[in-house]
Design a protein around this ligand. Structure first.
Ligand code: FAD
Length: 369
């Protein structure tokens, strides 16, 4: 099918919008991104991608679609790394620990063993005190503050265009009369106005799909994630420790030498800034799980104030009852009808399922235009 002359509008410039826009360009579409927030902007609670940790550790034991998309995404990241060593992604050992090991934990452990081919169950003699089960495997750590600009550059270099706009609805963008003002992004780039009628729209608005007119998906809700960025360039391994009270401590090292220390998973909690009691808990549990987060000369004292905290972060994972949405609907605006491919609701797995989701959305695009 010839897609060269067909315009596609992608709404959203998070990891899902950018990955989808790149795949659509590579499939031969002419692609324009429209978004309120872009990589490099001041961090915003409305832009989840800038707050992500982010690594590839599957949590999709019971969600077959997400599992498949995560599985497809992993080798794409690996081949990106092979082709371009400057891609801000690295492979690191990851230790997955659990203080309790019941049926649920076993299901997750079995799932991880299916996902990561080098996974090895650790011998009890290797486990830290109080840990009932541990597994060691290699996985990807994505340096988010570098990876998002990398995606944006890749999109622009491949001939994409972008506009900054806050949309009250998808139809506002498709209406000749009521379209809000569009600001080229970056300000000096691209045509002054995109063509008014695209062949299709791709909706990658994340948690924004809850309030976006024509979508208003009430199955969406935020899962609040509070994490800390710690300066600790000596850390090589990521660790996840599930405490017996349900708290999950996790660390994710970045290329930059920063380490993410998490965190919380708080459904329906919209609070946009950190809470002091949560920060304290994250620090205490973090030091207990991985004492090496502290500088070598300060480990013995185990004082949480000795952690070199760079930033306290809060992001809202776009979680969806029933799982992520990748499907097509049709939108009538005036006397025209536009196919809309939805690609949102990735919860805590948007990075690790990004390329699989992008390819699935582009397959839908090809089938509807
Ligand atoms: C603490 C934390 C840790 C995480 N760790 C991981 C991890 O380890 N691995 C992993 O895979 N994932 C992780 N995630 C999840 C991941 O960050 C999300 O799944 C992902 O960022 C969602 O991306 P998105 O593109 O769908 O949404 P967003 O990044 O929120 O992007 C939405 C885009 O749509 C635009 N938009 C929305 N509404 C409108 C509107 N009305 N008009 C114009 N533009 C609009 C926004 O401006 C933005 O550009 C984590 C998240 C958090 C918070």
């Amino acid at each position: 099918m010839a897609t060269k002359s067909l315009d596609v509008f992608v709404i959203g410039a998070g990891v899902i919008g950018l990955s989808t826009a790149i795949c659509a360009l590579e499939a031969g579409f002419r692609v324009t991104i429209f978004a309120e927030t872009f990589p490099g902007d001041k961090k915003s609670i409305k832009y989840t991608s800038c707050w992500a940790a982010a690594n590839h550790v599957s949590v999709a034991a019971t969600n077959e679609l997400l599992h498949q998309l995560e599985r497809e995404t992993l080798p794409i990241f690996l081949s990106l790394l092979k082709e371009d060593p400057l891609v801000p992604v690295m492979i690191r050992p990851h230790k997955s620990y659990s203080q309790v090991y019941g049926a649920k934990e076993q299901e997750q452990a079995d799932h991880l063993a299916r996902c990561y081919t080098d996974l090895r169950v650790m011998d009890p003699s290797e486990l830290p005190e109080g840990v009932a089960h541990g597994a060691l495997f290699s996985t990807l750590c994505i340096d988010v503050p570098r990876y998002l600009p990398y995606l944006m550059d890749r999109f622009m270099t491949a001939g994409g265009h972008a506009f900054r706009v806050t949309l009250p609805s998808l139809s506002a963008l498709l209406s000749e009369k009521n379209r809000p003002a569009l600001e080229p992004f970056p300000p000096t780039s691209g045509p002054t106005q995109p063509s008014i009628f695209p062949a299709a729209v791709v909706n990658c608005t994340g948690i924004g799909a809850l309030s976006m007119g024509d979508v208003m998906d009430t199955n969406l809700y935020p899962t609040r994630g509070e994490v800390l960025i710690i300066r600790a360039p000596w850390i090589r391994d990521g660790v996840a420790l599930l405490y017996s009270d349900g708290h999950l401590t996790y660390t994710i090292p970045r290329q930059s030498g920063d380490v993410i220390l998490g965190g919380t998973f708080q459904p329906n909690d919209w609070h946009p800034t950190s809470r002091p009691e949560t920060v304290k808990l994250i620090k205490e549990r973090g030091i207990a799980a991985q004492p090496e987060l502290l500088p070598a000369d300060k480990r013995e004292a185990k004082n949480i104030d000795d952690l070199d905290v760079v930033e306290e972060c809060v992001g809202l994972r776009p979680t969806r009852k029933g799982g992520l949405r990748i499907e097509t609907s049709f939108l009538a605006v005036g006397d025209k009808t536009f196919p809309v491919v939805h690609n949102y609701g990735h919860g805590g797995a948007g990075y690790q399922s990004s390329w699989g989701s992008a390819n699935a959305a582009v397959e839908l695009l090809k089938s509807v235009v």
